[in-house]
Design a protein around this ligand. Structure first.
Ligand SMILES: [Zn+2]
Length: 76
């Protein structure tokens, strides 16, 4: 997976409920779909923003509706 830097700028995001659902899908390793539009979600490894812990993050993006989500990778 290519590494990308996560911009501090946020566009439209997901609700907390959707974010929790997406997190479950990503963690279970299943192909994930956008809860809003059903488009396949794309997850890329990103750099953790400064001060946000030492773990990596996933940048989850939907190319269908343009929503995106940054989520912390679980610590081993
Ligand atoms: Zn979508």
């Amino acid at each position: 997976m290519p590494r990308v830097s996560v911009s501090a700028r946020r566009s439209a995001g997901f609700s907390l409920d959707d974010a929790a659902r997406i997190r479950q899908m990503i963690l279970s390793g299943k192909p994930s779909e956008c809860p809003q539009c059903g488009f396949p979600l794309e997850a890329t490894v990103g750099e953790a923003p400064v001060g946000k812990g030492d773990g990596g993050v996933w940048l989850v993006r939907c190319h269908g509706c343009g929503r995106n989500l940054v989520m912390q990778q679980p610590k081993p």
